[in-house]
Design a protein around this ligand. Sequence first.
Ligand code: BEZ
Length: 233
Amino acid sequence: MKQERLETLQEQVRFPLIGTKAPEFKAVTTKGPLHFPNDFEGKWVILFSHPADFTPVCTTEFMTFASMHDEFLSYNTELVGLSIDSVHSHLSWLEAIENYTWNGIEKPKVKFPLIADIRMEVAKAYGMLQGESDTHAVRAVFFVNPEGIIKTILYYPASLGRNFDEIKRVLLGLQKAEKDSVALPANWEPGKDVILPAPTTREEIQQRIEDAKDTSKYDMVDWFLTFKKDDGR
Ligand code: BEZ
């Protein structure tokens, strides 16, 4: 991209921060008008962008998201897609997708809304426009909790399709951490041991050492690093 266009883009694009309220917007979608994140109060939302309709990597991603939609719903999580295309382009592409078969996914129904961000307002508010293009969004993923707070942000380039096992792992990890007030170690997966918050006083350290003697429940590496067996979701 030319330096001048890049500088203009850098002036216009904002990057939301983890731990802050998801920027509010109203948009046109393939399922009608959307008021984000207000329409999803009490639910988790995965808001994701893709570079363009009728492109190969995006098509594989949409087929995969569509095939996992019911599973995400079972985790109290809604999906919302976005690209800088018209709603008519979206509708036509989704209709095409629903006739495809790939990777064991047969004629998937796309039941979640796809935002038509033709004016690029949402893309600019969410850092979806980056140095690759000032007209196509990157592959962004925002995990928003039931209070409308951004909990995780992932960005991928146009050339790399997302890993949906990782997207699911992130969601389940965020839900687990919030529900049980624990942290999750490297390569955590559902069912694996979780990390207890580190003690902050000498008394708490002594108590932790005492508790950790029950090795059927705890695995203490050091006083500040104690694993607890998972007790289910
Ligand atoms: C794709 O989805 O295949 C794609 C979209 C934009 C740029 C490169 C690849």
